[in-house]
Write a protein that binds this ligand. Structure first.
Ligand code: GLA
Length: 410
């Protein structure tokens, strides 16, 4: 028998250190997974609970054939309504009526298409839709997600029943870590517990608000049950939050309603632009089978996507408001900037912008945009053309509920 006295202290110490390291590594999210905001497509905004294996296959094929994959959309996220009952050992199963071939087969199909699988669960016993969720089975579920080849978990907050949010999300973070498969962890507790204050070490993105709905500026009260918010309502809730986001940890103002029907094309463009200015996750939610060319053009505009995906990872800010016209700035890597002229009004706005009139200061990054000492080249990102330099007054008409978006290149 080995007595404690016969084990060298150094060995004991290194064993202890190894234990600490391994214990500690279960108390971390997977790093480097979302250094730029995640991009993908999610079932919920179009289909809610009305989807099945065939629909997901169609969407996967369309993401690839439409060029969305090449533009950066990666995660195919199966939202609420996919889980079946637990098996006799407590493992989660998939609803076999919706997914007759099973989830592993679907996962393989998604991966073979060069895409990644996202799944959804909830901190409660039941999801928002009343399906089996992860409470009390967090480690077992994370293991199952890993076995299914999951790359992204959206974790919702329905039926939370007074549970502590930091604890609930940290438990699932640790469960994902223990399962050993890197997954982007998307925390969906609607901003109720200020996740921006504690979320960076727990997940890769956190919802900042309740659900978005496909309208410009409405509130849907669901008959008094809860509120869903139009695009402008959600946008206006983001202002105090920009300091909290950055590479690997993003504010999530919810998924895109671009192409979901009730927004005009200009509104779709403005919505997509503002999400890019916010460095928001770009998770499309439209029916790709019926998507128009114009909507596809918005979702795949690479120069606008590059604004969202810029490696500096800094959210833009509204610098001024003049009547219905807001002017937003976003500092980019390598000294470039983006300026967005955003017309929230119902009539067109004629713009004459003198770049030299004042210096733009970003207190967060301590950076300055000075056009009096340097003439930037101007690139109109929606028109896809160069448009002079900041040496001259910029003139344009901004249509109602629409934007003019310029990249200032050094
Ligand atoms: C909540 C979430 C939504 C969606 C639904 C699914 O409302 O906030 O994004 O996941 O649940 O039921």
């Amino acid at each position: 028998m080995i007595s404690c006295r016969s084990i060298p202290v150094s060995l004991l110490l290194s064993a202890f250190a190894a234990l600490l390291v391994s214990a500690n590594c279960y108390a971390q999210k997977f790093d480097s997974l979302a250094l730029t905001p995640p991009m993908g497509w999610n079932t919920y905004n179009t289909f809610a609970g009305r989807f099945n294996e065939k629909i997901i296959h169609d969407m996967v094929d369309l993401i690839v054939s439409s060029g969305m994959k090449d533009a950066g959309y990666r995660y195919i996220i199966i939202d609420d309504n996919w889980t079946g009952a637990r098996d006799s050992l407590g493992f989660l199963t998939v609803d076999r009526e919706r997914f007759p071939s099973g989830l592993r087969a679907l996962s393989d199909y998604i991966h073979a298409s060069g895409l990644k699988l996202g799944l959804y669960s909830d901190v409660g016993y039941k999801t928002c839709g009343g399906f089996t969720a992860s409470r009390g089975h967090e480690f077992q579920d994370a293991l199952m997600f890993a076995r299914w080849g999951c790359d992204y978990l959206k974790y919702d907050w329905c039926n939370a029943g007074g549970i502590n949010a930091v604890g609930a999300y940290t438990t699932m973070r640790d469960a994902i870590r223990a399962a050993g498969r890197p997954m982007v962890f998307s925390m969906c507790e609607w901003g109720n517990n200020k996740p921006w204050e504690w979320g960076a070490s727990v997940g890769h993105l956190w919802r900042t608000t309740g659900d978005i709905t496909a309208c410009w500026d409405c509130i849907d009260t669901h008959g008094g049950a809860y509120n869903s918010w139009g695009v402008m309502k959600i946008l206006d809730m983001q202002h105090p939050l920009r300091a909290y986001a950055g590479p690997g940890h993003w504010n999530d103002p919810d998924m895109l309603e671009v192409g979901n029907g009730s927004l005009t094309l200009g509104e779709d463009r403005a919505h997509f632009t503002m999400w890019a200015m916010l460095a928001a996750p770009l998770i499309a939610g439209n029916d790709l089978r019926t998507m128009s060319k114009d909507v596809l053009g918005i979702l795949t505009n690479r120069e606008v996507i590059a604004v969202d995906q810029d490696s500096l990872g800094v959210e833009g800010f509204r610098e001024s408001t003049a009547d219905s016209l807001e002017t937003w700035y976003k500092p980019l890597a390598h000294g470039d900037w983006v300026v967005c002229f955003f017309n929230r009004g119902s009539g067109p706005v004629d713009l004459a912008h003198d770049w030299n009139s004042h210096v733009i200061r970003d207190d967060l990054t301590k950076s300055e945009l000075r056009c009096d000492t340097h003439a930037y080249r101007l690139r109109d990102l929606w028109a896809g053309k160069n448009t002079g330099t900041t040496g001259r007054t910029f003139r344009a008409t901004v249509p109602p509920h629409d934007v003019v978006l310029l990249r200032l290149e050094r």
